[in-house]
Design a protein around this ligand. Structure first.
Ligand SMILES: CC(C)(COP(=O)(O)OP(=O)(O)OC[C@H]1O[C@@H](n2cnc3c(N)ncnc32)[C@H](O)[C@@H]1OP(=O)(O)O)[C@@H](O)C(=O)NCCC(=O)NCCS
Length: 207
């Protein structure tokens, strides 16, 4: 764990299950290596500050921003200069109460759109909707402390400007992810190319 800060080491030590601890260490080490490449700050010296709801960013603040998401042993990291970022990654998996969960958390139009899809497409669409919403809330830094039905995402559309209160607040993308996963990235400001370099599998990284 030489790259991790004392706080990260302490957090790693709190995981009850070995595989979760290993995954956390690999993910946070990989993020530091990635941030070193973009910031020029040695990986072990990178410091973070945290927003009121726990969103991490590099300290002292510059224009480099990042955000990350884990699902199983796969993580998604987004890095950009000069905008706020949020990402979410989910493994597409059976959800027994999918419609009930959608009705509880999504807004009416999203539920209606979901229910018009063929049943075998609903699972993936559900996770696309979920990741887009969570990416949005991670870009704003609010996380799931804000209600998921307080804004609408364009379900199933991979590329969209998200308009909130009549102004364009965020760009939303669902880039191609490894088989079995869906992911979304939300960022502030004008549209810019989203370059998917590669998704890091923590098990491979440790291999
Ligand atoms: C952020 C949040 C949506 C992540 O949920 P998740 O699906 O379990 O986790 P993901 O894998 O997608 O993302 C986790 C990463 O997001 C980042 N993150 C944490 N809080 C964040 C926030 N408020 N906004 C954006 N990103 C955040 C961290 O890098 C975290 O990685 P780590 O746990 O390895 O340090 C959820 O933890 C949340 O809603 N947090 C805020 C809750 C809150 O109100 N806290 C108040 C007390 S601090």
């Amino acid at each position: 764990m030489p790259l991790l800060s004392p706080e990260e080491r302490e957090r790693a030590g709190r995981f009850h299950f070995e595989h979760l601890r290993t995954s956390y260490i690999a993910a946070h080490g990989a993020v530091r290596i990635l941030l070193e490449r973009y910031s020029g700050i040695p990986a072990a010296e990178i410091q973070y500050r945290f927003g009121p709801k726990g969103k991490p960013s590099i300290w002292p603040a510059g224009s480099l921003e990042f955000n990350l998401s884990h699902s199983g042993f796969v993580m998604l990291v987004a890095v950009a200069f000069g905008c706020q970022l949020g990402v979410d990654l989910e493994q597409v998996r059976p959800v027994p109460e999918l419609r009930d969960i959608a009705r509880r958390f999504f807004c009416e139009e999203e539920v209606a759109e979901l229910e018009t899809l063929p049943v075998d497409e609903q699972e993936r669409a559900f996770f696309i909707c979920w990741t887009q919403k969570e990416a949005y809330l991670k870009a704003t830094g609010e996380g799931l402390s804000a209600p998921l039905d307080s804004f609408r995402v364009p379900l199933g559309r991979a590329k969209a400007d998200l308009r909130v209160h009549g102004c364009t607040l965020l760009q939303l993308r669902s880039p191609e992810m490894p088989a079995g996963y869906v992911g979304a990235v939300a960022y502030t400001g004008d549209a810019r190319p989203v370059c998917v370099m590669r998704c890091i599998d923590c098990a491979d990284l440790l291999g």
